[in-house]
Design a protein around this ligand. Structure first.
Ligand code: ADP
Ligand code: GLC
Length: 497
């Protein structure tokens, strides 16, 4: 499993949650999984003592660069039995010991192509090392997002004849087609790939280098993180220009919904909460709400609390929330926002906080504990995404009895069963949904949710259904295993001679 981020080491979004959890879920079922990440500066050695296990030369266009291979402590994953799971990090401080993962202050690092070409070639050097030092050869190389996509390309080109990779099958999981790893054509040579790969049938994309496109074309199998998103990305509205390439490979593309780590996200044991609770006794949730109001310096009162935990970027549709803030401020409610990202959202929300300090509370930055407390202490969670490959926060909301209000797209459409007034099917409803990407539609679904919230029985029913919804990895991990099995059957792994 190769990922550019994984909890608890380095995280910018949901990919880190997936990459830090899925390997354990597989290991629990007896699979042997090695997770490989870059060794970033943000990884605190005193908290996670990695140990050097090898030093390997990694070929680059500038000549070989030494990568230090470190093995991480599985004890970093509290409550997890390691089983057959281990974690390795590729260290080269010049590339990775920086304040950010991919960017700082909104600007991508100018050498990202050098960094992630090096990482991918480092991964292949490490696999060669595993094969020679331990005779350990994986059946599957599971890649995540553009930062790892070059592994699939290298295996089919520069490394095609290396015997240790014979039979190795690659899967690329697309967590977000909006991020593709695009670079100017002049940088292509940094990949070290032969020039004939820079064509429309390869990594060339309207004159630029596109790493995700390379991965889509060269990986043996593609997955994405919900069935709806797997269909959406084959259309111009969601494919960000890659819809044609994705449609071309649709027979190799499946959508598998993410789960969440139900050990970390468990309101009955969550150490971040002032009081724990469960579906059978929600007293603690009321305490969490009052304590959240105190923490966010809002009046402690019964008014419905709407929470937002999000990256503040165009994808998340928070401009719709900004548009309807004047109307929302007329209603008896409180809005609590935790997020980080683009300045324009930060400015809009903070100006409303200044004008309505009793109704709007904003916390900028990344705060894991507060994310948990907002999930526990809010009544509803707003997720008006323009597009959402899967989304994890609505799953956290369901688990914490916090009703998600979502746009019908991607994984939000696949995981939230909408309430509709007067419908008998509301027995299965666990949230609210709107379809049109318009502020009117968002406002009317919020008003609907607020009106249902007044009816305690109906609201309790939503909470109970939400908390009973299976948001674990259970079914999805089985789906991944079927995909792995399918690949191994099509290309039987040769037995070691
Ligand atoms: P995405 O990966 O697109 O950001 P997801 O919903 O899949 O969206 O995952 C977001 C993850 O990041 C969740 O675990 C959420 O709790 C967390 N998160 C987002 N913003 C913050 C923040 N400001 N502070 C703490 N956690 C955050
Ligand atoms: C991406 C997507 C998000 C998804 C996450 C994990 O960041 O934006 O929808 O849940 O990856 O797959």
């Amino acid at each position: 499993m190769v990922s550019p981020e994984a909890v608890p080491y380095a995280k910018t979004g949901g990919l880190a949650d997936v990459a830090g959890t899925l390997p354990f879920e597989l290991a629990k079922l007896g699979h042997e999984v090695r997770l490989i990440i870059p060794k970033y500066g943000c990884i605190d050695d005193s908290e996670h003592p990695f140990q050097q296990v090898a030093e390997l030369p990694v070929p680059t266009v500038a000549g070989p660069i030494q990568a230090i291979i470190e093995q991480g402590p599985v004890s970093s994953f509290p409550g997890k039995t390691a089983g057959r799971m281990s974690i390795f990090a590729i260290r080269h401080d010049l590339f990775f010991a920086r304040a950010g993962l991919y960017q700082e202050q909104g600007r991508d690092y100018p050498d990202n192509l050098d960094r992630f070409s090096f990482f991918c070639r480092g991964v292949l050097a490490l696999l060669t090392h595993f094969a020679s030092a331990e005779q350990w050869r994986p059946d599957i190389l599971h890649l995540h997002d553009w930062q790892t996509a070059l592994c699939a390309v290298y295996l089919k080109t520069l490394y095609a004849r290396q015997p240790e990779f014979t039979g190795l099958q690659t899967i690329l999981t697309l967590h977000n087609v909006g991020y593709q790893g695009q670079f100017p054509k002049s940088e292509f040579e940094k990949t070290g790939l032969p020039a004939d790969v820079f064509t429309p049938a390869g990594l060339e994309f309207y004159g630029s280098v596109n790493l995700l496109k390379g991965g889509i074309l060269f990986a043996d199998m593609l997955t994405t993180v919900s069935p709806t998103y797997s269909r959406e990305i084959q259309t111009p509205d969601f494919g960000f220009g890659l819809e044609g390439v994705l449609a071309q490979r649709k027979d190799r593309l499946v959508g598998i919904v993410n789960g969440i780590d139900t050990g970390v996200w468990d309101p009955s044991t969550d150490p971040f909460l002032p009081r724990t609770y469960s579906a059978s006794d929600l007293t603690g949730k009321r305490v969490c709400k009052q304590e959240l109001q105190r923490e966010m310096k809002l009046p402690v009162k019964e008014a419905p609390v709407l929470g937002i935990v999000s990256r503040l970027v165009n994808q998340k549709g928070l401009d719709l929330v900004v548009d309807i803030l004047p109307e929302l401020m007329e209603v008896d409610l409180q809005l609590i926002i935790l997020g980080s990202g683009e300045r324009r959202y930060e400015q809009e929300f903070s100006s409303f906080q200044n004008r309505y300090p009793k109704k709007v509370a904003l916390r900028l930055g990344f705060d894991e504990g507060l994310a948990h407390r907002i999930q526990a202490g809010s009544d509803m969670l707003l997720i008006p995404s323009r597009y959402e490959p899967c989304g994890l926060t609505q799953l956290h909301g369901l688990r914490y009895g916090t009703i998600p209000i979502v746009r019908k797209t991607g994984g939000l459409a696949d995981t939230v069963v909408p309430f509709s007034p007067g419908s008998t099917r509301n027995r299965r409803a666990n949230g609210f949904r709107f379809t049109d990407m318009s502020s009117e539609s968002l406002l009317s679904v919020i008003l609907l949710a607020l009106s249902v919230h007044k009816h305690k029985n109906e609201w309790d029913h939503l909470i109970q259904t939400g908390m009973r919804t299976d948001v674990s990895w259970g079914p999805s991990v089985q789906h991944y295993i079927r995909v792995y099995d399918g690949l191994c059957k099509t290309h039987p792994v040769p037995s070691p001679s």
